[in-house]
Each structure stands twice: as C-alpha cells, then as structure tokens.
Design a protein around this ligand. Sequence first.
Ligand code: ADP
Length: 424
Amino acid sequence: MTVVLGCIADDFTGATDLAGLLARSGVRVSLRLGVPETAPADVETSSFEVIALKCRTAPVEEAIAETQAALAWLQAAGAERFFWKYCSTFDSTAKGNIGPIAEALMAKLGSKQTIYCPAFPENGRSIFMGNLFVGEQPLHESPMKDHPLTPMRDSNLMRLLEPQVSGKVGLANRLVVDQGVPALRNRLAELRADGVAHVVIDAVANIDLTIIAEACRDLPLMTGGSAVAMPLPSLYMADGVLSADAPKPVKPALAPGQIVLSGSCSAMTRKQVAAFAAGAEAFKLDPLALAKDGAKAAADWLAQQAPETAKIVYATAEPSEVAAAQAELGVEKAGKIVEDALAELAVQARDAGVRRFVVAGGETSGAVTNALGVKQMTIGPEVAPGVPWTWCVSADQDIALTLKSGNFGQEDFFARALQMLEEQ
Ligand code: ADP
C-alpha cells in the first residue's frame, strides 16, 4: 500500500492522538513505535503511517537524526507528503526541537516553505495574530508556564520559533485565513517570494483548520498539532490521491481471553475500576507488598483465572494510599514497581491465551506495550474520544490493545471497550 501521508510525532501520546484523528476517516492508519527496523517493502504499510518518536526534549542533534531516519523510512514506503506533529502547546525549548527538526526535514525534502499550526480549537488551543492561547489564557499565563521540562514563557509563536531556525519566520493571520483558500495560498506565495520559510498560521475554529489543510495539503511538509491534519484524509480522497477503497482496518480473529490492567490513579480511572471490579474477578496490587514479596501472589491469582473470565488487576488507589506508598518507597520506585508488575502480568496473561487487553494509565501503557513487544498498532474504532482499540501483534499472536490514560473515558469504559470488540 502506498503511503499517502507520512507522519512523525515527537511523543507517543501525540502520535496516538494524530493516528486516532486520521483514523476517523475510516481508512487504515498504522502507528509504529520508533523507526521500524524492517524495511517498508517487508511489512504491510497503510495509507497513513505515523511513527512515534520520543524526541521532544532529546538533544537536538539526536532528535534530528531520529526524525531523518523516520523520514527515510516513510520515503522508502512511498510517501511524498509529510506531517511533523508536536504538542498543541508548542512544547519546546529555546534550542528546539520543533524548528530544527522542521528545518532538517525541509532540507531533505528540498522544500522552501512549511507551516506551523498547533491549534486544536476543540481542546481550547487557538492561535490569533501568532499568539497561542490555552482556553482563554495566553500560553505564557497558562499552567504550561511551569512545565518541568518545557516551560512556555512566551505566547508568540514567531518569537518562539525564531531562535530555533535559521530561515525567515512570518505569519498568515486569521484575517487572511478567513478570506478562504485562494487568499491564504496567495499570502503563502507572497511570503515565499519574500524568503519566508517558516509560516505560523492563525486558527481559532475548525473551519480555519479546514481552510488551512485545503490550502497546504500539497506542501511536501506540514507541521502542527493533530487537529490541522484531521481534514486531510477527505481532501486527499476528493483529490483522488487517496482511493475511496483504500484499505480499512480489519479486526483480527481473536480468542475470547481478556484482561483489564490499571496502574492509573486518576479520578476517572478510580471510578472505572470500581465499576468494573464490581462485576469481575479482581486483584488489587499493593506497592508495599510488591516491594517486599514481588508479584508472585498476583501471578498465582492470575494463573487460577480462565483466560475468558472477566478480570482486572489494578494498583489504582485513593490519593492517601498512593501518598503512603510513595512515602515508604519514594515516588519513582513506587511507580516502577507497579508498572513492572502490571507489565509482567500482561505477558503472563498473553502466554495463557489472553488476547484482549484494556490498559489504564499513560506510563502504565508504555510499560505494558514494551513488555508485550508491540512495535506497530493498526488503529481500530474509538471506545471514547481519543481512545481507540488497536490491533497489534505480540509474540506472533494477534492481540487487541486499548490504552487509556488519565481521565479519559466514561465510567463504564472497561466493560464498554470489551463489549465493543464483540460487536466489531
Ligand atoms: P495516568 O495516565 O492516570 O497519569 P500513569 O500510568 O501515567 O497514569 O501514572 C500512574 C503512576 O502511578 C504509574 O507510575 C503507576 O505505576 C503509579 N501507581 C499506580 N498505583 C500506585 C499506588 N497504589 N501507589 C503508588 N504509585 C502507584
């Protein structure tokens, strides 16, 4: 399958977000964790390929090398258009990595101009006159000002970008976007004639994103948050670049075995765990007991459960319990012990025939995905906004995996997710 759009994301959740929005088109979207070791010719590729990197705060040279390797893989897969995805709050330092990576990708592609549009109006990220807002606050007054790794102390995207790039930076503002596609194209051409390589584009509403996507869909490289990429599948379809019968994601045949693994202690997850545990076999992990005796008790319990039994293993606890465990073990160690135990139990469950995995917790998801050796996910139907089922391969077995972080999902998320698989 020729790749219509090759995407590179600077972190895993950003990649999932982008992949999920593209998958709403119904076309198959493939998410790969890291640059694949296997050449594209030897794997099944999809119309939309998203490579998730972990390069938001990596040293700039390393980040560039990684994104260039991702670009080379996507090019080898036949992609001619590319999307560089970063956070909708433009998370970066004065040294980069958003600008340097964009510039390096442009150099490889021989592209003279790209756009920067991190806006995501539905999630309260808008850009006006080049200034990024989080809800009603300018970025530099939002909680992002205190981010531990990428504190955002300026809201002006041109000022943020300038020290990161060597080329000229400019703006296509809302008044131009509002005039529609031809006006925006003219403005970009005008800026290009003026030598402006990096164009920040205002967007405060979804309609702006549609206009921007339409005007920029044939640029070799677009950059932004996930939202500006959302209109691309239907535009490519209208152009005939993406065939209407492009492959759809196909749910693999799965044995009935199932498990819910939760390491998230977020408020919504606590409700979800309580709701599911009431009607399922449940085992609660205690970090202090894990520190003392390891995960054997949980492993023995799991070994007693038939694969198809509805079951949940969770470390999810009230804030006071979490604080007590952290006071005893340290925050990092408490977290790691729980993550390691859930990861080990996921592998045990898979080896016992479980093929449906519902995982709660961002960090927990990373640990479980790693342990299962998942390298590629095909994005399936959304259980809740931003949380799709994914089809993957683990130890040569087809599995279904859904990864829910923090406060995502409804109270009945776990049961709903598993129910949904039956209906597919
Ligand atoms: P979320 O997406 O809700 O933030 P994460 O999995 O990213 O969830 O983070 C939760 C962290 O809390 C993980 O590192 C997990 O191992 C840790 N954790 C889970 N349960 C407990 C507990 N009972 N005590 C201490 N830490 C815990």
